[in-house]
Design a protein around this ligand. Structure first.
Ligand code: ADP
Ligand code: MG
Length: 696
C-alpha cells in the first residue's frame, strides 16, 4: 500500500464505511490524521518471557509453541470457545479464546508464537484468556513498546495501532515546519524520526527525544501565536483616550483608604487608558486584596470621560453583588450603574439594552449576557472581566469588536488565581500584568483547622457561638452532581450531590439548629431563588448559609466569620483557598474548618498545607504539584488552544526555550512574511483556528 498523508482511511485494509465513521468521531480521516493522533500512554511489551518465568501481574509476552491443533467448541448458542495448549521447555500454557472462532485456523500446531495477556496460575496450571498473539519473528504488536491511544466505542487500541503502523511510512513525506535554525539551536530531532518514535519508540531514549521535539513544537507555535497577538495589540489601532484624574477624587468615594498596592494598580490602569493605545491588563491579587475597587476606579474614569464600562462576572450571584456595591459606591459620583443577566425577564433585558444603547447607563454589570448578540453600547470604552480564568482568549477577542468609535475597547482582566510566573507569561502572554500584593490592613488572618468526624458536635457548638455573637456562617458541601459514585467505600458522605446538600440543610435545621435561621444556595436553584438566598444572607436575615461552591468566586459578606467545608478532601487546594477567602473580609477574627473523613495520608497532608499558609501563590504551586495541570489549567479555563503533548505546567524548561525561540524568530521576521517562515505561519494559524478574530 502506498500511503501519503492525504490517503483516506477508507483505503486502509479493514476500514469500511462503518469503521470510517467511528474513526471520524475521533477526528481521524486520513493517514496524516493518524500520525498526529499521539498516544496517551505506552505499554512496554519488549520483554518476552518463558512460560515458567512469566510474572502473574499485569499483561506480559510469553513465547511458546502451539503444542496441538486448536479445539473449537460451541458451549451454547452464540458462545464459541477455542482452546489450545502451548508449551516451551519450561512448561505448558493453556490458552482460551472466547468468541474468536477464527483462532482455530489462525494457530497451527508446531509453530512458535508470542502470546500477550495476563497469566493466571491455578495449582500448577498456567493459563491465559483471550491473549493477543503473533507468529514469532513476524511481530508488530509484541516485543516492542506499544502505544496506548484514546479510543471511542467500536475502535480498539489494537486497530488504531495497526492502522498507524500502516500509515507510518508517510511520515517521511511530512514537511519540516520548524525552522532549521530553531531545530539546530535547541537540538530537536527531525520530524520523521519524532513522529515514528512517538508512536512506536525503539527505546525510552528515542521516545524522550521524539516527545521533546513534538512538545517543543506545540509550545513554540503557541508562543509565536501569543506574541503575534500581543504585538498586534501593541501596534494595533488607537485606543480610546480616557483622561486621567486625580485619584484622591475617587478615593474620597471609598468607605476605606486604598492600600498602596491598590493605588499603584489604579495608576497603572489610568495611565494605560490615557496612553492612546488599547489597554490589555491582567490584575492579579489574592482573594480579598480588593480588586473590585480597581475596577470601580477604571469605570469611574471612563464615566467621567463620557464613556461606558461593561463588567462581566462569572456567576449571576456575583454580578448582582457587584451591581449593588458598585451602585452604592459610584452613584453619589453621578455614575449610572445597570445590571444585565441572563435570567432577567425579556422586558427587563429589553429595557436595559435600550439604556445601554442610548447611553443612559454608564457602568453595566452582568454575566455572559453582556457579550451576547443584541447588546449595543453607545460609547463602550472599557471591558472588565472579573475572575479571568473563566474568560478565555476567545471571549476577549469577541469583545474587542464592541468598542465605541471603531476603536478597540480597553480590557481589564481580574484574577484571584495566582499562578507561577513562567506560566503566567504564556497563559497571559498577550496581557500586561499588575499584581496587588498586599491585603487591606486590619485583617486578622483566618485560622484554619483540619478536623475529623469526632469533632463534629464541637464544630456545631462553634457555629452557635459565632451566631450568638452576631456573626454569620457558611457551610459548604461538595456538589458532585455528575459523579454520584464519588464516595469512597465506607466513607461518610453527608453531601455528595445536590439532594444531599438539601437534605443536609434540612437535617441541620431540624436536629441541630432548630432555633437558627438557615438558608440554602446551590446551582440548581432558579435564578430568583438564588438571588433571594444571597440577598437574605447579605442582609443578615439568614445566619447560616448551607451552600455548594457557587459561593466560591468573589461573594463578599464581611459579617461572615466562619466557613465550614464538608468533605474538604474532595476539593483542590486553590478552590479551598478561594472558599476560605469568603470569610475574613471584615474586621472580625475569622475561622475556616475543614472537616474530613478521609483515610488518605496524602489528602490530610494537603489539607494541613492549607491550614499552615494563606499565601495564594504557595498554595497554587502545591495544588499544581498534587493535581497536575490538566485540572488546574484545563483548556476551558485559560481559553488557549489545546495542547496534544506538551504539558503547560510540567514542561517549564521547554516552555521557556520555546518562548525564547519564538522571540528570536519574530525579532528577525516580525510578521512572518518571509517565505521560509511560511510553514510556521500556517501552523500558528491552524493552532489558533478556534480562537476567532485573532489573525485578521
Ligand atoms: P477581591 O480582590 O477578592 O475581589 P474585594 O474587592 O471583593 O476583593 O474586596 C474584599 C473586601 O475588602 C471588600 O469588603 C472590600 O470592600 C474590602 N476592601 C477592599 N479594599 C480595602 C481597603 N483598602 N481597606 C479596607 N477594606 C478594603
Ligand atoms: Mg473579586
Amino acid at each position: 500500500m502506498d500511503v501519503t498523508p492525504n490517503t483516506p482511511l477508507t483505503d486502509f485494509p479493514g476500514v469500511g464505511e462503518a469503521r470510517a465513521k467511528k474513526l471520524e468521531r475521533l477526528g481521524l480521516k486520513t493517514a496524516g490524521d493518524l500520525l498526529v493522533w499521539y498516544p496517551r500512554d505506552y505499554e512496554d511489551r519488549r520483554k518476552v518471557y518463558t512460560v515458567a518465568e512469566a510474572p502473574t501481574e499485569g499483561r506480559v509476552c510469553v513465547q511458546a509453541m502451539a503444542a496441538e491443533h486448536p479445539r473449537l467448541s460451541r458451549i451454547r448458542k452464540g458462545l464459541e470457545l477455542v482452546q489450545v495448549k502451548a508449551a516451551d521447555h519450561t512448561g505448558a500454557l493453556h490458552l482460551t479464546f472466547f468468541n474468536q472462532g477464527y483462532v482455530e485456523r489462525a494457530i497451527r500446531a508446531g509453530e512458535e508464537y508470542i502470546f500477550y495477556g495476563a497469566v493466571e496460575i491455578q495449582g500448577r496450571r498456567r493459563s491465559m484468556v483471550n491473549p493477543i498473539f503473533e507468529r514469532a519473528g513476524k511481530q508488530s504488536v509484541t516485543g516492542c513498546i506499544m502505544p496506548v491511544y484514546r479510543l471511542t466505542a467500536g475502535i480498539s487500541n489494537h486497530l488504531l495501532a495497526s492502522l498507524t503502523r500502516l500509515a507510518l511510512p508517510c511520515a517521511a513525506s511530512l514537511p519540516e515546519t520548524l525552522p532549521q535554525s530553531v531545530r539546530q539551536e535547541h537540538q530537536l530531532a527531525a520530524v520523521e524520526f519524532s513522529v515514528t518514535n512517538i508512536h512506536f519508540p525503539g527505546d525510552e531514549k528515542s521516545l524522550e527525544t521524539a516527545r521533546r521535539r513534538l512538545s517543543f513544537e506545540e509550545l513554540f507555535y503557541l508562543a509565536v501565536g501569543l506574541s503575534l497577538l500581543k504585538s498586534r495589540r501593541d501596534k494595533g489601532g488607537a485606543g480610546l483616550f480616557i483622561p486621567s484624574r486625580p485619584l484622591e477624587e475617587f478615593s474620597a468615594l471609598l468607605p476605606f483608604t486604598p492600600t498602596a498596592s491598590q493605588l499603584q494598580v489604579m495608576e497603572e490602569v489610568a495611565a494605560d487608558m490615557a496612553s492612546g493605545r488599547p489597554m490589555n491588563r491582567l490584575v492579579q491579587g489574592d482573594v480579598g486584596s480588593g480588586k473590585t475597587a480597581v475596577a470601580a476606579c477604571a469605570g469611574w474614569l471612563c464615566a467621567k470621560g463620557g464613556y461606558q464600562t461593561a463588567l462581566m462576572a462569572p456567576t449571576e450571584v456575583l454580578a448582582e453583588q457587584h451591581f449593588k456595591s458598585l451602585s452604592q459606591l459610584l452613584s453619589p459620583a453621578g455614575v449610572r450603574v445597570g445590571l444585565l443577566t441572563g435570567s432577567m425577564t425579556a422586558s427587563e433585558k429589553k429595557r436595559v439594552r435600550a439604556a445601554l444603547e442610548s447611553g443612559e447607563i454608564d457602568f453595566a454589570v452582568g454575566t455572559h449576557a453582556l457579550i451576547s448578540e443584541g447588546v449595543v453600547f453607545r460609547r463602550l470604552a472599557l471591558i472588565v472581566a472579573d475572575e479571568q480564568h473563566r474568560f478565555g482568549v476567545a471571549q476577549r477577542a469577541a469583545l474587542a469588536a464592541k468598542g465605541g468609535e471603531g476603536a478597540a475597547p480597553h480590557v481589564l482582566v481580574m484574577s484571584a488565581t495566582p499562578i507561577p510566573r513562567t506560566l503566567a507569561l504564556i497563559i497571559y502572554g498577550d496581557l500586561d500584568v499588575s499584581v496587588i500584593d498586599q491585603l487591606p490592613p486590619g485583617r486578622t488572618p483566618i485560622s484554619t483547622y483540619v478536623v475529623r468526624e469526632d469533632k463534629r458536635q464541637r464544630m456545631y457548638g462553634f457555629v452557635r457561638k459565632q451566631v450568638s455573637e452576631g456573626r454569620q456562617v457558611y457551610i459548604i458541601c461538595p456538589a458532585v452532581e455528575d459523579n454520584p459514585d464519588a464516595a469512597l467505600p465506607g466513607e461518610e458522605s453527608p453531601a455528595l450531590n445536590l439532594k444531599a446538600v438539601k437534605s443536609y440543610a434540612e437535617s441541620l435545621q431540624r436536629e441541630v439548629f432548630p432555633d437558627l435561621r438557615l438558608g440554602i444556595l446551590h446551582g440548581k436553584l432558579k435564578p430568583r431563588e438564588k438571588e433571594a438566598a444571597m440577598t437574605a444572607f447579605v442582609g443578615g436575615e439568614t445566619q447560616v448559609l448551607v451552600a455548594t461552591t457557587v459561593v466560591e468566586v468573589g461573594v463578599d459578606v464581611p459579617n461572615a466569620s466562619l466557613i465550614i467545608i464538608e468533605n474538604a478532601d474532595r476539593f483542590g487546594l486553590s478552590q479551598l483557598h478561594q472558599l476560605r477567602g469568603r470569610v475574613g473580609r471584615g474586621e472580625y477574627p475569622s475561622h475556616c474548618v475543614l472537616i474530613t473523613g478521609t483515610r488518605s495520608l496524602e489528602a490530610m497532608e494537603r489539607l494541613h498545607t492549607l491550614a499552615s499558609t494563606t499565601d495564594g501563590f504557595k498554595i497554587s504551586e502545591e495544588d499544581l504539584k498534587a493535581r497536575g495541570p490538566g485540572d488546574f489549567f484545563g483548556n476551558r479555563q485559560h481559553g488557549l488552544p489545546q495542547m496534544k503533548l506538551a504539558d503547560l505546567a510540567g514542561d517549564m524548561r521547554l516552555l521557556s526555550e520555546a518562548q525564547q525561540a519564538a522571540r528570536t524568530l519574530l525579532e528577525n521576521d516580525p510578521r512572518l512574511t518571509r517565505p521560509e517562515n511560511h510553514p510556521v505561519w500556517e501552523r500558528v494559524r491552524r493552532l489558533f483556528a478556534d480562537t476567532p478574530d485573532i489573525f485578521n
